[in-house]
Design a protein around this ligand. Structure first.
Ligand code: BMA
Length: 351
């Protein structure tokens, strides 16, 4: 399990960083997947040369495996994976990995332990995120409650038993993404109120909770950008925000509606540490958009949908996981100082 005492180590590594600023406030994770930026690449985020890392047919039942969440676990890695099965039911499966690249995913879906029959029936679940807070891993996902999408919540200590809690919000909502520590003594979550279909709108809101059951103090955080950009139609939080000395680093998805349908790209923002609904800076250009074959061709073409990131405070390395074309899982890398510099240099000044 992660050790929050490591935060102390990282304060040291910030001071000891010499001429390269190291700005992640979090654990040192020297074993996260990594590949140096290819020579000649001028992107702030670069794709893994072995993409996609998880094929659609990794397990017998899978039609596709994508939009999935990965965390450090007991010195290795664990995750919750979106598996659409061959009946096209949307399910959540757990998995483990020694290296964060090669995964063993359970053949059977997670069976959540829930003693409340009002919320226990599992209709479908998708787009999970996993977040370590204090003493356990919290899982959030898009859950169907009476058939309507909302934010499902569960926790696990061991990636064996998953205990389901109350849904965080009323329908309709998607992309519930928790912060990795309490903020102002409250649990904190970003979400994207939506509709019962493919949602042709959507902004990101911030909510807090004293107990992981009752959520309130909802604040508008970030909206779409109405000048025909990659983030014009809707946006949604991606991986768990990464704490840095410059603010919360949030990677998020944005959607453009083309004459051929939605196009999902990714951008990044810096949010205020104590009031994360205040945006410090936010990229006008995308940092990743669908252009490789595995991002453009699949069950839903033209989708790059980030759901997880591993960050090593000592080196500033970030390894991001994203679903590609609603079919496979791919990875991309960046350096925290490079990404923060890019966000500040390319921030939106309008919209
Ligand atoms: C969204 C979600 C995502 C999916 C995306 C593109 O509404 O369903 O899971 O990746 O659409 O199809």
């Amino acid at each position: 399990m992660q050790n929050i005492l490591l935060k102390e180590t990282n304060k040291e590594s910030i001071h000891m960083s010499g001429n390269k600023p190291q700005t992640i406030i979090g654990p040192n994770l020297p074993n996260i997947p990594w590949e140096d930026k290819p020579t000649g690449c001028d992107e702030v985020l670069w794709r893994y040369s072995r993409n996609p890392v998880i094929p659609r047919d990794l397990i017998p039942c899978s039609n596709s495996i994508f939009n999935s969440a990965v965390v450090p676990f007991e010195g290795k890695f664990a995750g919750v994976f979106r598996v659409d099965d061959k009946c096209r039911h949307m399910r959540l499966h757990k998995g483990t990995s020694e290296d964060g690249v090669n995964w063993r995913i359970d053949n059977d879906p997670i069976e959540f332990i829930c003693d409340d029959p009002e919320i226990a029936p599992f209709i479908c679940g998708y787009d999970p995120r996993v977040c370590w807070i204090e003493d356990r891993y919290y899982v959030t996902w898009c859950n169907a409650y009476h058939g309507y999408p909302t934010i499902g919540v569960a926790y696990t200590h061991d990636f064996k038993e998953f205990h389901q809690l109350e849904n965080a919000f009323l329908p309709f909502n998607r992309n519930g993404v928790m912060f990795p520590r309490k903020i102002n003594d409250k649990f904190a979550m970003l979400s994207r109120p939506s509709d019962n279909g493919h949602t042709p709108f959507g902004d990101i809101f911030y909510s807090e909770s004293p107990n992981m059951c009752h959520w309130g103090k909802h604040r508008f955080a970030m909206g779409t950008v109405n000048n025909h950009s990659w983030q014009t139609t809707k946006i949604g939080a991606g991986p768990i925000p990464i704490e840095t000395t410059e603010g919360w680093l949030l990677i998020y998805h944005g959607v453009l509606t083309s004459c051929n349908g939605f196009v999902y790209s990714a951008g990044a923002a810096l949010l205020d540490i104590d009031k994360p609904w205040k945006v410090i800076a936010r990229t006008e250009p995308y940092i990743l958009n669908p252009r490789e074959m595995y991002e453009c061709v699949g069950d839903v073409p033209n989708v790059a949908f980030p759901c997880a990131a591993l960050a090593d405070a000592a080196t500033g390395r970030i390894a991001m996981y994203y679903g590609a074309a609603d079919t496979v899982v791919a990875m991309a890398f960046t350096q925290v100082d490079e990404l923060i510099t890019f966000i500040k240099a390319n921030t939106i000044t309008h919209g």
